[in-house]
Design a protein around this ligand. Structure first.
Ligand code: NAP
Length: 482
């Protein structure tokens, strides 16, 4: 067993105690760089999840009544503690998820920031009041915590996806049951340990790891005591959860899949565009919902851009994320590699040119060559589906209208990128894009202070920013005669 850089709890966390799963089942967590076992974590059964919800419900009233400053101080202490152990946390993340160490360090900073941001929001919870338009009465609107929440997170950002939900939920006064992804539970468990050590009261955060995601979360989804589900993951699973939410009219936040277009206009600065494109495509080994999935490039700049991107791709170093100089780690599992190969072959079969890559690398580990495709026809599957890997497909366009039409020709609407030297054009195009977020002349735009989220089938609701806490609050309007 590879030794972990930090001591990580591997049991379930229920009512303030670390305890094994009913029946004692465990599941292996492996290193995607070589398939070796890193640890075994508890494999919860449905009754464990119900026990977790029982604990969250028991703690809800008292937690909602705590002083905002108390909730704020807890989140702030957890932020400080994570930053104090940032290097160990980053190494742990790379062990179980595979991303290069520099990117894990960046995620620790980004993920911890949600705890700091929402520690600051916790003491800014407001409301509004006014006189009834007809006069003679006071109208007061106050936000209240929505109640016990189920938080379900994916494997690609194991710290940030957890803190982006825990931060606002705790700040608002909600208790939680957190279900991390089976592939990467260790960073999340380590984060919860930090919260525990910062003074988290019993039952406010409960964690269930399980290989039976559907069976374990279903009883909670059907339980009228649960007041909200916040899910980050695939659109496919999001749809299932939305159906399960209907009978109890459960409040939902859905951060789902993306199919981000990366638009490059002839007037773009080439250096800026290359830097932005490489970040938007290859960060997290292409495994981000915000990853650029389709490059739409105006004809006049296409050849120069392809030449520069080819050189950049040739300079990428594939390997274990902890090794010096590595820029592309392993994909999370064999299915992820298979998807990249399938979508690459489909594009080539439909007429695309394979400029670089296109093959998986021999194991152990799940490695894919960074891949560049040009002349990708609009009907290729990669233009409609998330490739979720290091494959960069380029399609050429002629006019701005054509670019906007291609960009919007998807069921998704999370992120878009846009490179141009003309800010009037940028504004005009932004207004026409059907997405929740746009990056102009850059390749990374996530920030704890900004509302993250999408439109169309990329989801419902926003995480982060002033908007993030509202997802965990319900408004109560009170009218008092004067
Ligand atoms: P996923 O398969 O949908 O899984 C996400 C989480 O849901 C995991 O914890 C998973 O558990 C759980 N799950 C799976 N089936 C479930 C079910 N029937 N009921 C309840 N829970 C269930 O997604 P993923 O492969 O981990 O993540 C990649 C996807 O997430 C991509 O589509 C990406 O775009 C999206 N994503 C979106 C955002 C955003 O903010 N919009 C951010 C990051 C990722 P197991 O691990 O046990 O399967």
């Amino acid at each position: 067993m590879t030794s972990l850089p930090i001591d990580v709890p591997t049991d379930l966390f229920i009512a303030g105690e670390w305890r094994p799963a009913t029946g004692g089942g465990t599941v292996a967590v492996t290193d995607p760089a070589d398939g070796s076992e890193l640890a075994r974590v508890a494999d919860a059964r449905p009754e464990d999840a119900v026990a977790a919800l029982d604990a969250a419900c028991a703690a809800q009233r008292e937690w909602a009544a705590t002083a905002p400053r108390e909730r704020s101080d807890l989140l702030r202490a957890a932020f400080e503690a994570i930053m104090d152990s940032a290097e160990e946390m980053a190494r742990l993340m790379t062990c179980e998820m595979g991303k290069p160490l520099a990117e894990s360090r960046a995620e620790v900073t980004y993920g911890a920031e949600f705890l700091r941001w929402f520690s600051e929001e916790a003491v800014r919870i407001g409301g509004r009041h006014g006189t009834r338009p007809e006069g003679g009465a006071d109208m007061v609107v106050r936000p209240y915590p929505v109640g016990p929440c189920l938080l379900i997170t994916p494997w690609n950002f194991p710290l940030a996806m957890a803190t982006r939900k825990l931060g606002p939920a705790l700040a608002a006064g909600c208790t939680t049951v957190l279900k991390p992804a089976t592939l990467t539970p260790l960073t999340t468990l380590a984060t919860v340990r930090v919260l525990e050590q910062a003074g988290l009261p019993r039952g406010v955060v409960n964690v269930v790891t399980t290989t039976s995601a559907s069976a374990v979360t279903k009883p909670l989804m059907a339980d009228p005591r649960l007041r909200k589900v916040s899910f980050t993951g695939s659109t496919e699973v999001g749809r299932i959860l939305l159906e399960q939410a209907a009978p109890t009219v459960l409040r939902t936040s859905m951060e789902l899949g993306g199919n981000a277009p990366f638009l490059v206009f002839d007037d773009a600065d080439l250096d800026t565009t290359v830097t932005a494109a490489m970040q938007a495509k290859f960060r997290n080994i292409g495994q981000a919902c915000t990853a650029a999935n389709r490059f739409l490039v105006q004809r006049g700049i296409a050849d120069a851009l392809v030449e520069r991107l080819t050189a950049e791709i040739d300079a990428l170093v594939v390997g274990r994320g902890t090794d010096e100089g590595v820029t592309i780690g392993p994909l999370v599992d064999d299915d992820a590699v298979a998807k990249c190969l399938e979508l690459t072959r489909d594009a080539v079969d439909r007429g695309a040119t394979l400029v670089r890559g296109g093959e998986a690398l021999d194991g152990p580990g799940h490695f894919m060559q960074p891949t560049l495709l040009t002349d990708v026809p609009a009907d290729a599957r990669i233009c409609a589906e998330e490739v979720f890997g290091p494959v960069l497909p380029i399609t050429v366009f002629d006019t701005e209208e054509e670019a906007v039409a291609l960009a919007n020709d998807t069921e998704f609407g999370l992120t878009s990128y846009l490179c141009t030297g003309d800010m009037v054009r940028a504004r005009r195009v932004v207004d026409q894009l059907e997405v929740g977020m746009v990056g102009i002349n850059l390749g990374v735009l996530s920030n704890a202070a900004a509302p993250f989220g999408g439109v169309k089938q990329s989801g419902l609701g926003r995480e982060g920013g002033a908007e993030g806490i509202a997802e965990y609050q319900s408004l109560r309007y009170t009218l008092t005669p004067l």
